[in-house]
Every structure is written in structure tokens, then in C-alpha cells.
Design a protein around this ligand. Sequence first.
Ligand code: SAH
Length: 353
Amino acid sequence: MTGEPLPLADVFRRIIRTSGPISLAHYMAESNARYYGAKDPLGTTGDFVTAPEVSQMFGELIGLWCADVWIRAGREEPVHYVELGPGRGTLAKDALRAGRRYGFEPMVHFVETSDPLKDAQLGMVPGAIWHDDLSSVPMTGPVIFVANEFLDALPVRQLVRMEQGWRERMVGLEGDRFVHVAGAQPMEGAVPPERMDAPLGTIIETSPAAAAVVYEVAGRLAEQGGAALFIDYGHAEARTGSTVQAVAAHRKVDPFSAPGEADLTAHVDFATLARVAASRDARHLGTVTQGDWLRALGIEMRAEALAAQAPQYAAEIAEARERLIAPHQMGDLFKVMGLVAPGWPDAVGFRER
Ligand code: SAH
């Protein structure tokens, strides 16, 4: 068929044969750009299901959080709602509907690069304005940022301790197969001093792309006022080891098996991102588990109210609530990081610090 792009695996093979191994970050960035550019991967018929697709309660409680913090900060207008990687637009639709009841009627901005997903978002939130990145989001008025399962899709870089020292973990070829290979350059300079003597084989994973996003968001909070919620699976303390994984059709697959055809993600290192935010004077409210956060926001009451309105769906509603908050489901693995502008009040769901 004409017009079909060359499979990404073939593109990578050609690049590697011509100029040598590529970085894992390059592999991941290109793979996800191809993946999200080609289709809508969300939902039961797609590759994975996210919290807003599990239940309207998720977006509604986020909308209440946004409205609450904005009201307590003084209801300044115009106010912007900026969502990063909004998927199908479900979270935004539910959040904005819930916020509207409290007078929170922001200008809506979506940072999204995928054409199929932009189409879906347009259907859900017709008045939104789309951006390729944060640089074109207006510079005046407070901004409430929301990002669910966005940071985990951004490329990571890995360093590995070898016999010969610290090296970048690259992607090379063995025949036609992609394999991890060590980069040629010494990388000692990029290793935190406390990790320098880690055992052979130790992997340090970092996401410069995620750090850059949080740096920009925190800077906007300091300049313009506002608040931010980053929700993702990940850990609140620094760790070692690779967390890169690929998912297609709800199953884990080998990240090297078919680049561009599976969702590549990595755990989010919230401890580092909190430090990045603090470096720009945004206030880190805390990083808590999704289960604790949703309970603090009142998910149990919301589930009861929904079940009372629609008793025929009571079992589904209870199941969705459990999926979002139960420790062995999404409740513990997913974390919620809250940031506010200097001078903005504390916001619901984060313990006193
Ligand atoms: N937040 C949604 C979707 C999560 S999937 C939900 O919870 O359902 C990841 C989202 O981030 C998709 O919308 C994808 O197209 C978008 N995305 C991934 N990488 C991106 C990038 N570099 N820039 C902008 N959007 C990106």
C-alpha cells in the first residue's frame, strides 16, 4: 500500500547500521510519537485503560479540587485550565462539568501532539485550545495544570555501571534484533556521587523530559499563580533499576518487539520532580498515593451518591471505586503530586507538611 510509513523498527535498524547505537531516550521518544500519532490506544478495545476511563468520579473529584483551590485563592479571572496529554478528553469533560457548579469556568488549553486524540478531545470539550507544548499557553492569569499518565510516556535515559565504568544504556542490534548495548563514552560525570560505587549492573534512570515539563509548569505557577496535579504511577523516593515497560492489548510486551506499536512507559521519579519544582519556588504540597488522595477528596461519598441516583449501576460504581483506590489495584502504585504557586493556599488531599 502506498503512503504507509516504513515500520519504525526498520527506520531504527537503518539508523543503527549507519551511525551506531541510539539512546534509549531516542528509541522511546520516536516509538511513542509514532504510537500516539497513529491511533487512540485507550479503553477496553485499545491497549490500556486509564483512571478517567474507569469512572467519571475521577475527573469530577479533580474538577472539585481545581475549583476549591481557585476559590480559596481569591477567584482570580481569567483562569486557565491546562491539561497535558488529555487522551480522549474524558477527564477534562468530567472535571469541567464538576467545577462549573462552583463557578470555575476557565479557558481550556490542551497540550497534545496526537491527531487522533485531538479529534476525540474536540468532541468532548469543543471550546478547548490546542498547543504542541507549554510555550504558547497565555502568560497572564493563574493556571491550573492537570496531567494524568502524561509524564510516564516521556522518554527516559539510563546509565549503567559496567566493568569499564558508568556508560549510557543504548539500543543496538544483534542481527535484526534490538539489544541493550553500552555507549562508548564514560558517563561518570552524570552519576550522582552517592551512586558512584553502586554494584556492577546497577541502572540509574532519569527523565530529563519530565524534569523539563515540571520546570516549566513550576515557573508558570511562580509567575502567574495557580496549582498543578501530576498523577502517574511511580515512586516517591529515588530508586535504581529500569522501569521501562511496553503494553499492547492490555498485556506487557517486550519493549523491543515492535517499536511504535506498543505504549512505552517508565515509572515517574516524583522525588526528583518535587526538587525541580522547588527550584523554581513552586510549593510542593506533597506526593501521596492515589487511593489516599481520592479518599480525602470524598470518593466514597461520591460513589454512594451516584449509586443512589442509579441503583441499577451500584455494582459497577463500587467496582470502579475499588479499582481506583484499592491498594492492590491503582490505589498504591499511582501517586498524586500537588504543587501550588507561592502565596496560594494549601489544597485538599495532601497531608499537612
Ligand atoms: N491523560 C489521558 C491520556 C493518557 S495517555 C488519560 O488519563 O486517559 C498519554 C497522553 O499523552 C496521550 O494523550 C498522548 O497523546 C499524550 N502525549 C504523549 N507524549 C506527548 C508529548 N510528548 N507531548 C504531548 N502529548 C503527549
